[in-house]
Ligand binder design. Structure first.
Ligand SMILES: Cc1ncc(C[n+]2csc(CCOP(=O)(O)OP(=O)(O)O)c2C)c(N)n1
Length: 626
């Protein structure tokens, strides 16, 4: 639990992400920065809580992951202990900085948390960020329990400080979001203290001019070799001996699945637990392979360890069979059943139970449950915006102004605009791509292009493509859906809000940024004023050039919470006897508070947040406040 993160000693029941946050506190962190993203978000939310309570370290939500890494790196350049956290795709954004940080190294300590998402529970791809460690030449540490999540976080700080190298801590959805009992160590007594740059100024280390970089690269390779030697002796990488017939190399949570699976199969397998996929301790692996008849590498997603283990077996001419993805899947999360099936197949034995039958029965049962696709919340301003957008486009079509329209979407709650009745998201690739893809389409399509982007996403990655659109004179409409928060990941602040996590921030107005980028058509409309918004979007689409409409209204969840806090009642709407059953409120505006009973639309008063959009769109004037 969140408050237990600050317990002085004893045990606490913590979420994996809370354990990582606690590990950072026990490691005496000076500065934490992040950009939210599932499954990493609770690390930032926990450290925001801790920062507000303790007030003895710096914490910020940065504008994006690249900035977060740079802010954290700077503190570590100046001898401090810092951590930056993000979801796996955040590392793509931060990678430009990280590749060079491997060369510069740090003077203090720096940990970068990458939260991967096997099975893509809430992500656009399943990339395995252990590759980044190999490619960047940075150590990657991967825990397999909540206790390890805390301990390994501390270990990463120590490793980083000892070798003056940033360290990647890899967590993943199942660990970040599982809870467990954790043994706590004391929190250090600390007073934040500023340092003099003169004690850390070192251009030969921190300016990656080619002449410096060539030298730094060699130093990095040498450093990594020393890190490998150290990690070979670290208890996170260890052998649990068996009868030698089968040796299993396992990483992350797969280690736990392997322990359970071999137990169920009654096998006395030798297990090599690997907690540093990079650098992989070669000698430890070679010795392990020497003592087994055949080896199986068990790891989720990509064969990051398997390829290395195969290479070691070949290089050392060990003659041992190495298996992995030939008997185990390369996609989605593993489980005890997946791992047990793989081991059973390799060893030619029966599984302990008929998992295929269990899975079949599970599928049958899940088909019985009513489908519950994700929908906008009741009163979500985004549904009002998509209603207005859809109406604007339909009217322009009817008026013969346009034939069709391409809708480039982005990532956030508003991606739900893909659903009927709006159907106004045709593409969604990654944060900020709505405007960039819109620019490209505007070169090759006969049609008008409308990009939709959230406020947090705008600040994160929407500004450079907007500048690109203006500079290249694109004909594109951008609708910014500004709900004054980072809604999708749990309402974190962003540069358009008045705080940055653990401090008061200067609010940056999107319209100022847009005008500053050279956009001449800029209008700001309340999302709930759907008629006005529709007219604004119509004019924007008809306009030749870059037009930006900012649709602004507080996130409905925040609105509801604020009202509750102030003891204010949000009066629900009701549908009266004037309803002529035109069904516009159901077919064109899909609010989850509106349902149909006995052929008549009704409003569920416990869901209604009194946004009044349905009242505004009802042609019969049949919707009123109750
Ligand atoms: C590079 C990257 N970082 C983080 C995320 C996680 N993420 C998805 S959408 C989003 C922002 C959503 O906020 P906003 O744009 O304001 O839209 P809202 O959800 O509030 O409608 C975040 C942080 C991601 N998908 N990719």
């Amino acid at each position: 639990m969140l408050k237990d993160v600050l317990k002085t000693s004893g045990k606490a029941f913590l979420l994996g992400n809370e354990a990582i946050a606690r590990g950072a506190l026990e490691a005496n962190i000076d500065l934490f920065s992040c950009y939210p993203g599932t499954p990493s978000s609770e690390i930032g939310d926990t450290l925001k809580f801790a920062c507000k309570k303790l007030g003895n370290f710096v914490m910020e939500y940065s504008a994006n992951e690249k900035v977060a890494v740079e802010v954290a790196a700077a503190a570590a350049f100046a001898g401090k202990r810092s951590m930056a956290a993000m979801k796996h795709v955040g590392i793509n954004v931060a990678s430009d900085t990280l590749f060079s940080l491997a060369y510069t190294g740090v003077s203090g300590a720096m940990v970068v948390v990458t939260a991967d998402d096997p099975s893509m529970h809430s992500s656009q791809n399943e990339q395995d960020n252990r590759w980044y460690g190999l490619s960047m030449k940075l150590p990657v540490i991967e825990p397999s329990s909540v206790q390890e999540a805390k301990e390994f976080t501390k270990f990463c700080f120590d490793l980083s400080s000892e070798y003056e190298i940033p360290v990647l801590l890899r967590t993943y959805t199942r660990l970040s979001h599982m809870s467990g009992i954790v043994d706590l160590s004391p929190l250090p007594e600390r007073e934040p203290e500023k340092v003099s740059w003169k004690d850390y100024r070192n251009p030969k280390k921190y300016v990656v001019l080619p002449a410096h970089a060539r030298k730094l690269k060699m130093e990095l390779l040498e450093k990594l070799k020393r890190v490998e030697e150290f990690l070979a002796k670290w208890n996170g990488n260890r052998v649990e001996s068996g009868d030698g017939k089968l040796g299993v190399v396992a990483c992350g949570l797969s280690y736990c699945y392997v322990k359970e699976a071999v137990n169920r199969l009654g096998l006395d397998a030798s297990i090599l637990k690997i907690s540093s996929p990079n650098p992989l301790p070669e000698k430890l692996v070679a010795d392990f392979l020497t003592n087994v008849e055949k080896a199986l590498v068990v790891e989720e997603v990509d064969p990051v360890l398997e390829l290395q283990v195969r290479a070691i077996a070949q290089k050392e001419k060990l003659g041992v069979e190495v298996h992995g993805k030939d008997v185990l899947p390369s996609s989605y999360e593993y489980s005890v059943s997946v791992v047990e099936k793989g081991i059973a197949k390799l060893c030619g034995v029966e599984t302990s139970i008929d998992y295929d039958l269990v899975e079949k029965r599970g599928e049958e049962l899940s088909r019985m449950a009513p489908p519950r696709p994700p929908v906008f919340c009741p009163g979500c301003p985004h549904s009002a915006t998509f209603y207005a957008l859809r109406r604007a486009v339909e009217e322009l079509k009817e008026e013969g102004v346009i034939e069709d329209c391409a809708f480039t979407g982005d990532i956030g709650c508003y991606t739900l605009g893909i659903n009927r009745p709006y159907s106004a998201v045709d593409t969604c690739v990654c944060m900020g791509a709505s405007i960039g893809i819109g620019c490209g389409l505007s070169y090759v399509l006969k049609n008008k292009v409308v990009a939709t982007i959230g406020d947090s996403t705008f600040f994160h990655a929407g500004i450079p493509p907007l500048i690109n659109a203006v500079h290249t004179k694109r004909d594109i409409t951008v609708v910014v859906l500004d709900n004054s928060t980072t809604g999708m990941t749990g309402h974190q602040p962003h540069p358009g809000t008045d705080e940055f996590g653990c401090g008061e921030g200067k609010t940056i107005d999107i319209e100022d940024v847009v005008r500053g980028a050279g956009v001449e058509f800029v209008e700001v409309v309340n999302s709930y004023s759907v008629e006005k918004l529709k007219d604004s979007i119509k004019r924007a689409i008809a306009y030749s050039g870059v037009a930006v409409v900012i649709s602004r209204q507080k996130c409905a969840i925040v609105r509801r919470r604020e009202a509750k806090r102030k003891g204010k009642k949000l009066k629900p709407y009701r549908i009266n006897e004037n309803c002529d059953l035109c069904m516009k409120c159901v077919k064109e505006f899909s609010c989850p508070a509106i349902y149909v009973e006995n052929g008549k639309p009704e409003i569920n008063p416990s869901l209604c947040v009194s946004c009044g959009v349905c009242r505004r769109i009802c042609p019969a004037g049949a919707i009123e406040m109750s």
